[in-house]
Design a binder for this molecule. Sequence first.
Ligand code: FES
Ligand code: FES
Length: 179
Amino acid sequence: MTPPAAALGEEAGWHTTRLRLNGAPHLVRAPVDETLVRTLRQRLGVTSVRETCGLGVCGTCTVLFDGRAASSCLALTAQLQDVEVTTCEGLRGPDGEPGPVQRAFIERGAFQCGFCIPAMTVAVHAAIHDRGCRGVDEVARQLSGNLCRCGSYPQVLEAVGDVLAAGGAPSDRGGAGVE
Ligand code: FES
Ligand code: FES
């Protein structure tokens, strides 16, 4: 059992946050003004989450907070006590194989450089599971905040169509994680 953060003796300007990342509990100590994208990348080694604009505009830092898509560049880690954070790694199947959304992206070749794709898969997952989107156009509207400089949108939407045709993404875990 993890001790309460208050019992850890905080140094001024730092905070210890208890969160779950892809299903695994973590206690992470970070400056109070550190954004989650930086904590994920620099302290927890999750480099699939990318910081590009740092302004909530491009979507490359998208993660799930308790199953809802959010920009991790706009969230302070210190404010996320007891939140379940899911990155694309948490969308994998139980044996670590690609989950349905990831598999559809692979099968459709829905990437070029790949930089935006981890966040794009998270956003697709949230559109289907959290927002309940059941049409490609609906999902596309939810993806309007996820920019792809390579222009992989047609293939991304083909992959979305495949996931929806298969009945959504039932074995994606969306918050439970597999780590
Ligand atoms: S880096 Fe977060 S939205 Fe661009
Ligand atoms: S695949 Fe290159 S930015 Fe999207």
